[in-house]
Each structure stands twice: as structure tokens, then as C-alpha cells.
Design a protein around this ligand. Sequence first.
Ligand code: AMP
Ligand code: ZN
Length: 117
Amino acid sequence: MAGEPQEDCLFCKIVAKHVPATIVRETDTTVAFRDINPQAPTHVLVIPKVHHADAARLAAAEPEIAADVLREAQAVADAEELDSYRIVFNTGSGAGQTVWHAHAHVLGGRGLQWPPG
Ligand code: AMP
Ligand code: ZN
């Protein structure tokens, strides 16, 4: 069922603390942890605790939790003292999505090109 933990989902396992991660913030509805393969000096993933395959499906099913993810992205940026940062939601394999549990990449700490690749 949408929102329920999935046994084969890496990020559900991080939420459950069955897989270790460098957690930087946690709320009732979200977890923020450092990306294992950072693409910038700050590269933190903010995920909802509930399982949805991507950000749009999260927003459709549980919009208040999608808003929590965005609020937490700002909280991470504040904690990391980032004036500017980028939030990325890769959606679909053609856009680089590899984990099918909604997640925001929060990237900062260096100049960020526009448009992205
Ligand atoms: P995406 O490619 O947009 O689906 O993003 C998935 C991200 O998860 C990638 O940037 C990976 O580096 C990151 N990742 C994969 N496994 C882990 C892990 N165990 N801990 C932290 N980040 C991870
Ligand atoms: Zn999941």
C-alpha cells in the first residue's frame, strides 16, 4: 500500500535504522542524511519516512509531508550555512533516479551551474 514501508527499499531501511546513514536531521515525518556519493561539499538527502516512489506521488498522496520535505531542505541549508543551494528531485530513470523512494537532494557549498546536466 502507498506509504507503507517496503521490504526491498534501501531508504525505508535507513528510516528504520536497519541500514546505517550519517543522519543530520530527523523529524516525525522526515530523515535527512548525507549522500554516500556526494556531488558537492554539502549533499544531503531529505526523505519522507513514508514510502512513495517519487516526489510527485508523495505530493499527490500526502501533500503535507511533501511540504515537510521542502521545509527540511531549508533547515538543512540553514544548518550547513548555505546562502544558495539547489533542491533536485530526479524523477524517472532517464533523469538519473536510482532509488524509488521519494528524496530531495540538497546540494550546495560550491558554484552550481545552470542549466544542470
Ligand atoms: P537518485 O539517483 O536521484 O535516485 O539518488 C539516489 C542517491 O542515493 C544517490 O545520490 C546515491 O549516491 C545515494 N545513496 C545510495 N545509497 C546510499 C546510502 N546507503 N546512503 C546514502 N546515500 C545513498
Ligand atoms: Zn521506501
